[in-house]
Design a protein around this ligand. Structure first.
Ligand SMILES: Cc1cc2nc3c(=O)[nH]c(=O)nc-3n(C[C@H](O)[C@H](O)[C@H](O)COP(=O)(O)OP(=O)(O)OC[C@H]3O[C@@H](n4cnc5c(N)ncnc54)[C@H](O)[C@@H]3O)c2cc1C
Ligand code: FES
Length: 264
């Protein structure tokens, strides 16, 4: 059951257009699962009217964290909030990553592109807790687009980075880095979040190498809990294509169920 709370931001960290907020929300934190998200009212007034979906980035003793990149009006307004400011959060929402398979001793590769790294920190810690061998591949356009890379290393997680401009780590796309990784240590599971072209390419690799993959999709959202049908995309269900709500049926789907045709 989602909780709606007005709570203060207890910590804020910023790196240019990227921001991390931490807030104390014990009930929400207890209910949260990796891959779920919250809907946040960006400012104090009613404009913009709609809340914005942001993934749960971290959970720590009754606190939750979000990590976001400024993309437009709402996230720019949110980025102006300071530690001590109160903000309005609804969550946790959606179906997160399916972690029902036995994970102990299995290798899990997490592939995050840009702000798509957001849900993967919470997931990486949960997978490691359950005994999986976790490797995180984190890609950005430049070194400045990898602001939370230290967090993974400080948590003792194995991390490799890529940048499109070659300024840090593997030079090229993060899916290129994945292609170099697979022959060395073929993962048992792949978890992906990032821009659509990256997720589509990752789904192609997962299919080629027969690696079960879960992909966290994005969509513009009106309500975040299944009421407005504003977030639908074509997804297969029992083999047949259907319009499915990203907020309620997802945002995480098995890679093979996602219909990529017609997408950017
Ligand atoms: C389930 C989910 C989880 C998300 N988690 C995160 C997160 O952890 N961190 C983060 O930085 N962002 C995340 N996003 C994306 C974030 O919600 C959008 O960047 C934000 O809503 C944009 O709002 P805005 O008012 O700043 O921009 P707007 O002014 O509304 O839009 C700016 C531009 O971004 C496009 N856009 C708006 N919303 C989306 C969207 N959802 N997907 C793709 N393009 C969009 C618009 O078409 C427009 O071109 C998530 C989205 C979803 C659906
Ligand atoms: S955002 Fe309203 S139904 Fe999904």
């Amino acid at each position: 059951m989602p909780y709606a709370v007005k709570i203060p931001i207890v910590r804020k960290q910023s790196w240019g257009d990227y921001h991390l907020f931490r807030f104390q929300a014990p009930e929400m934190a207890a209910a949260a699962r990796p891959g779920q998200f919250v809907m946040i009212r960006p400012g104090e007034s009613t404009a913009p009217l709609l809340r914005r979906p942001i993934s749960i980035h971290g959970r720590d003793r009754g606190a939750l964290e979000i990590f976001f990149q400024v993309a437009g009006e709402g996230t720019a307004l949110l980025a102006r909030r300071k530690a001590g400011d109160t903000f309005d959060v609804l969550g946790p929402l959606g179906r997160g990553f399916d972690l029902d398979a036995p994970l102990d001793g299995k290798t899990a590769c997490l592939l995050g592109g840009g702000r798509g790294i957001a849900p993967l920190y919470f997931l990486a810690l949960e997978l490691a807790d359950r005994g999986a061998l976790v490797k995180v591949l984190y890609g950005g356009r430049t070194a400045d687009d990898l602001p939370v890379r230290d967090r993974f290393e400080e948590a003792g997680l194995e991390l490799a980075c890529s940048t499109d401009d070659g300024s840090f780590g593997f030079p090229g796309l993060v899916t290129g880095l994945l292609e170099t990784e697979i022959p060395v240590r073929r993962p048992d599971f792949l978890f992906v979040c990032g821009p659509d072209p990256m997720m589509k390419a990752a789904a192609g690799l997962a299919s080629r190498f027969r690696i079960p993959a879960q992909i966290s999709l994005e969509s513009v959202m009106g309500c975040g809990f299944g009421a407005c049908w504003g977030c639908v995309r074509r997804i297969k269900r029992a083999g047949a294509e259907a319009w499915r709500k990203i907020c309620e049926d997802g945002p995480v789907f098995p890679a093979e169920d996602i219909v990529w045709e017609g997408w950017k």
